[in-house]
Write a protein that binds this ligand. Structure first.
Ligand code: 0WD
Ligand code: CA
Length: 422
């Protein structure tokens, strides 16, 4: 089944400018070693003529108008596996960290501050795990993915491997005005791996968080503890220790336009109904400031619902349960947002975000990556860089600190062990 097929909000658009920007006299070589690509000339307003070679693209625009096209094909995501990270961040190739949703009262008065001082073990977010957990899952489940005898341009039968969170950043880029990103890309055995690199600004923000900010980051996890049980018939244990090293991640496969995707995302909990198949049984939990004024409601629709929609739409998680809290961290209301209804909710908002723009930008970004990241080599990184109000540009790095595919993965994928087993 395919979602949002041919949903076209602007059917009159016959031809539109391409998002690709081209350089005069570029003969198709777009590699530059360890330096940023030159900025492109201003874009031709009327758009390039048909038939121009997109291989000469050096940068990619994030301007919204360019992506108001038909909704691209996005196949219903299929869960192909899952994994867990325990209280010490150890990887397990199973669902042991899965939790079960226990519906709270509509206004439960949960105290999200409880336990922050004395029952909180925080994951060390200065440790950069890159794609490692996903790669571990891929090695352990290679037989589920590889083409067995069928002709394929790559070993894994997927074009892209990444975290869901990185794709969320791509979906929201045309509307993002504050935070840029850096995405490292490596082509290895035909598959493109995408792993985020922390920007200098993000690192400074992380190192300079205020006490209040740190406490508020805890509130989201505390809401999970009030609403999740460890077993189907269990009850939440808000008196227990909260450890943010623990995680349950789903691994899904899908296709966006002609891009075959394999990505993983952390899932908060699932419905108790034993019949509901993943990912339709999953629930995303959020907290948000309570909405008291029309301005706050408008901001919630324009900014927060965009992030919530993008994050859950990608893996096919059908609903978000939101806890609205006051300034003291007390949950005053709980509301469920079905992902399929979010685009209707925002319809009355003037100049609001559009799902089709998000998906088309992501699709064009992935096409752009396929065009530029041509060398199949685990020690080559194409670094894609974006700042709000700018185009996406890239630079190429060989044997640099940006390399992110670990030796154990490269060796594991190169060894013939797998083909002997299957
Ligand atoms: O840069 C990243 N996002 C990285 C994520 C780099 C390296 C690893 N990870 C992995 C971790 O293994 C984690 O388990 O992130 C996983 C979650 O990945 P995701 O689902 O792709 O990330 P995202 O959709 O951004 O976040 C989902 C949840 C968050 O929940 P909220 O409700 O706040 O969106 O995962 C948590 C957070 O609870 N989370 C993270 N956990 C570990 N490391 C991270 C992170 N860097 N970012 C968000
Ligand atoms: Ca969450």
């Amino acid at each position: 089944m395919e979602q949002h097929r041919s949903h076209n909000p602007h059917p009159s658009h016959q031809s539109r400018p391409s998002a690709y920007k081209r350089e005069r006299e570029d003969n198709g070589r777009n590699h530059c070693e360890n330096k940023h690509s030159r900025p492109s000339r201003p874009q031709n307003q009327s758009g390039p003529s048909r038939g121009q070679n997109p291989l000469s693209s050096r940068s990619l625009s994030t301007r919204r108008e360019l992506y108001e096209k038909d909704f691209p094909v996005y196949k219903q995501p299929v869960e192909v596996g899952c994994f867990s990270l325990d209280s010490e961040r150890r990887f397990f190739n199973d669902g042991r960290q899965m939790r079960y949703y226990v519906e709270p009262d509509r206004s439960p008065n949960f105290d999200l501050r409880d336990g922050y001082k004395d029952r909180f073990i925080k994951r060390d977010d200065s440790v950069k795990e890159k794609l490692d957990h996903m790669l571990r899952w891929i090695l352990a489940n290679r037989s589920k993915l590889s083409s067995k005898g069928t002709a394929s341009s790559c070993d894994l039968d997927v074009d892209f491997v990444t975290w869901r969170g990185h794709l969320t950043k791509l979906l929201t880029a045309p509307y993002e005005t504050r935070e840029g990103w850096l995405l490292a890309v490596t082509r290895f055995r035909g598959t493109l791996y995408i792993s985020e690199v922390e920007t200098e600004v993000a690192r400074r923000d992380r190192e300079n968080r205020t006490g209040r900010h740190k406490e508020m980051m805890y509130w989201g996890y505390k809401f999970e503890q009030y609403t999740c049980a460890d077993s189907v018939h269990g009850r939440p244990d808000p008196g227990g220790v909260l450890n943010t090293n623990e995680a349950f991640c789903t691994v899904v496969q899908t296709r966006l336009a002609d891009h075959r995707l394999l990505f993983s995302g952390e899932v908060d909990c699932r419905d108790k109904d034993p019949n509901a198949p993943a990912p339709a049984c999953y629930i995303e939990l959020k907290t948000s400031a309570e909405i008291c004024t029309p301005k706050q409601r408008s901001n919630f629709h324009r900014f927060k619902l965009l992030k919530w929609w993008a994050q859950s739409f990608l893996p096919g998680v059908p609903r978000v349960v939101a806890g609205f809290r006051d300034d003291e961290g007390v949950v005053v209301a709980v509301e469920t947002f079905p992902i399929s209804k979010i685009s209707h909710l925002i319809k009355n908002e003037h100049n609001c975000w559009k799902p089709t723009v998000c998906m088309n930008f992501c699709s064009d970004f992935l096409s752009f990556v396929k065009h530029i990241a041509t060398e199949d080599n685990p020690s080559v990184v194409y670094l894609l860089s974006w700042e709000p109000r700018r185009d996406v540009t890239f630079s190429v790095h060989r044997d640099s600190p940006y390399c992110f595919l670990p030796h154990w993965y490269v060796e594991g994928m190169t060894s013939s062990q797998h083909s002997h087993q299957s």
